[in-house]
Design a protein around this ligand. Structure first.
Ligand code: ATP
Length: 681
């Protein structure tokens, strides 16, 4: 499988060993990837290209891999692109000497800024021919654009974009244009630069596929060094396993790629392990509809029920000064430095929360028992009522500032509820049974009232006992229960997985309302009546991980107070765009168009009465949209719950989850067909 794609260098005779990787070569690979949907072909193309890089220019492997992911650095670095449309259009105009109006008209006609840039390329005035772009150069250029801040930042961003664009596609003959109607615009460098700037590569290259491709390329490379021509299937599989385990514990190519280059794939596990300072992706839970379903799942196994606290997921990392270990220094913030050691706190998205919770980092050393030198804790931060000594609703937590909080000024106090321990005293313990991890957790920390506590739990197995615990959890202002496997391999911590070894039981499910969804806001309608000065309703979408598109799932106008609508109007207005992006999968029906479209940036939690097949909305259309009458799945009577500040657009509920929810409901005999009563405004 790995040698399916022909060698790339044939097309780039100038790319010799030791030369920088030509960006054109990477774009040629991108172009071939985007022209197929077959996963194995995509895998083979990626793997072949990476093998080429390893053979000719291994020093460029890291920027190559990063550009393939569409990200400039690991999530925890906080460096990301997602440049607004207006800046990009300005830069395209200025590079090609075309007026803003012409670019805007093109954008209206073509709809894809990448193609607008590709098309404009031929018009570029060329006094002298710039040097062709290299992968390293493009990565560095994009990085500069992403991190520039302060006065004049916008202007410098535009300059940075112009610099890249003016050196793009220089190999085209003078006057020659990219044919934007053929092969999705082909391997145009301008097109892929714009996509990188937009923060959406849209290649159909899933992160997991890239991981396998890199593992395979490394195995091929390593066996070739040993004088073997091709690796065996077993070697390939083993390499993939090693890589997946390492990546799940240490999702940072910046750490993994240098280790691969240094010691090869077979030494990777020794070199790279969970490391304080590099957040891992948290384990997630599956929803359940009833306690009966929980009992069926865990039948014959020992499990535990913990309170499900309603706050913000937090992963706390710590290394004491007197331990011999390193903290990944790239992310040690000043808030996390104390006499005791270095610490940091990360969100479920691996964002650095140190500036939001300096109070937690300041107190952390007081919860640690003697002998606890380094750890990674999985926990929930919850707003705390100091007088009543009890948990406060989630909304209180949301009133805390997100940045530049001073520990002494904090008004909303938080208590940390710890429910898992992933690393202790120099050792990753994710592959120990949960029962053991919990014992270690309890032995390494000391609860402090109102500051640090262990998640409340009960290990009873009878339905009545669970029912009682559930009711108690609700009385204690929790959302319900998290039910977890206690022993054996199934109870190991599974980073980044939505696992059936963790089940969530929320009180709403029991009322038949089902799980809530986290959806991306794509568009809005101007209000009517009292709401004329603000948006009165919105179009929401879920995320298709495979196609990287946002698929519309409902319009929503319920659950908003007047004040909230004003706030949302203010937040959303700066993100209005002229046209839906090419990666918005929406109905083209005349009556289905929102009045305005937005950049896909905001995620809202929404509840629904149920799901229905819809002639208008596109969610899960790969599965449910092919019978002619229905375009996809939609929500009936959706209701706004809250803004999910801790989720980015790509963390929204996925099309696969929507499909699962629809199927689960259909199985229960509640399937609703016919015209969708899915708009309630
Ligand atoms: P997702 O499942 O996509 O994470 P979500 O962020 O809305 O969705 P829920 O599905 O409501 O979260 O439930 C999982 C979340 O519950 C965890 O991410 C964590 O933040 C929180 N939580 C609270 N108490 C616990 C606990 N005892 N064990 C594990 N998670 C808990």
């Amino acid at each position: 499988q790995t040698t399916l794609a022909p060698p790339v260098s044939a097309a780039y005779p100038d790319w010799k060993a030791g030369d920088p990787v030509p960006y054109a070569a990477l774009c040629a690979t991108f172009s071939r990837i985007e022209l197929t949907t077959k996963r194995l072909q995509i895998l083979a193309m990626c793997s072949a290209f990476l093998q080429q890089v390893l053979r000719l220019t291994p020093a460029d492997l890291l920027p190559t891999v990063l550009l393939m992911t569409g990200k400039l650095a690991a999530d925890y670095s906080g460096i990301e692109l997602g440049i607004g449309e207006s800046l990009i259009m300005k830069a395209i105009g200025e590079t090609t000497g075309r007026s803003a109006k012409v670019i805007k008209d093109d954008q209206q006609k073509i709809g894809d800024l990448g193609l607008v840039a590709a098309k404009s390329r031929g018009n570029q005035p060329t006094m002298f021919k710039p040097k062709p772009l290299t992968v390293r150069g493009v990565h560095e250029g994009l990085m500069k654009i992403a991190i520039v801040e302060g006065q004049g930042a916008q202007g410098r961003k535009v300059d940075g974009i112009k610099k890249l664009l003016s050196a793009a596609d220089v190999n085209l003959a003078k006057g020659q244009q990219v044919d934007i109607n053929k092969d999705k615009g082909g391997p145009s460098e301008s097109k892929f630069i714009i996509r990188a700037l937009e923060g959406k590569m849209r290649l159909g290259l899933a992160d997991k596929t890239l991981q396998v491709a890199l593992a395979q390329a490394m195995v091929c490379h390593d066996v070739a060094k040993d004088g073997k021509k091709v690796p065996s299937e077993t070697e390939l599989k083993k390499g993939e396993e090693v890589f997946k385990t390492v990546y799940s514990e240490l999702p940072a190519y910046e750490v993994i790629v240098p280790a691969l280059l240094k010691g090869g794939i077979w030494k990777l596990r020794e070199e790279c392990r969970l490391q304080p300072g590099v957040p891992l992706k948290p384990m997630l839970a599956k929803p359940t509809k009833s306690i009966g379903e929980v009992l069926d799942r865990f039948e014959g196994k020992d499990f535990t029920c913990e309170y499900k606290y309603d706050g913000e997921r937090a992963q706390i990392h710590f290394v004491s000064h007197d331990s011999k270990q390193d903290f990944a220094t790239t992310v040690a913030p000043k808030e996390g430095k104390s006499e005791a050691g270095i610490s940091n706190i990360f969100s479920r998205n691996s964002e650095d929360l140190s500036k939001k919770y300096p109070d937690i980092l300041a107190k952390l050393p007081t919860w640690v028992k003697e002998g606890t030198k380094s750890f990674v804790l999985d926990c929930e931060t919850v707003a705390w009522d100091v007088e009543k000594k009890s948990v406060l609703p989630f909304q209180q937590l949301m009133t805390r500032k997100r940045k530049d909080v001073k520990a002494e000024d904090v008004k909303v106090k938080v208590c940390v509820f710890a429910f898992d321990l992933l690393y202790l005293n120099g050792e990753a313990i994710v592959a120990k049974p949960f029962r053991e991890r919990r014992e270690l957790l309890h032995s390494a920390f000391e609860p402090v009232e109102g500051e640090f506590a262990f998640a409340q739990h009960g290990d009873g197995k009878e339905i009545e006992e669970i029912q009682v615990l559930l009711e108690e959890s609700i009385k204690a202002s929790c959302e319900g229960l998290m039910v977890k496997m206690l022993d054996g391999v199934e109870s190991h911590y599974e980073p980044s997985r939505r696992s059936q070894n963790w089940l969530k039981v929320k009180k709403d499910y029991l009322a038949g309302a089902g799980d809530s969804l986290d959806l991306v806001v794509l568009g809005a309608y101007y209000g009517k009546g009292k709401r004329t000065s603000v948006f009165g309703a919105f179009q929401l979408a879920c995320f298709n991980e495979r196609s990287q598109k946002y698929e519309t799932v409902c319009n929503i106008g319920t659950g908003f107070s007047e004040v909230l609508l004003e706030e949302l109007h203010e937040t959303l207005s700066p993100h209005v765009i002229d046209k839906p992006k090419p990666f918005y999968d929406h109905s083209s029906g005349k009556n289905d168009q929102p009045d305005v479209w937005f950049e896909a940036k905001f995620v809202w939690e929404v509840k629904t009465a149920d799901l229905t097949l819809s002639p208008r909305y596109r969610a899960a259309n790969e599965e449910f949209g092919s019978d002619g009458t229905h375009k996809g799945v939609s929500l009936r009577f959706p209701r706004f719950i809250r803004v999910r500040e801790d989720k980015k657009a790509d963390d929204a509920t996925t099309s696969v989850q929507v499909a699962e929810m629809y199927r689960a409901q259909a199985q229960q005999g509640k399937e609703k067909k016919g015209p969708a009563a899915d708009d309630d405004f």
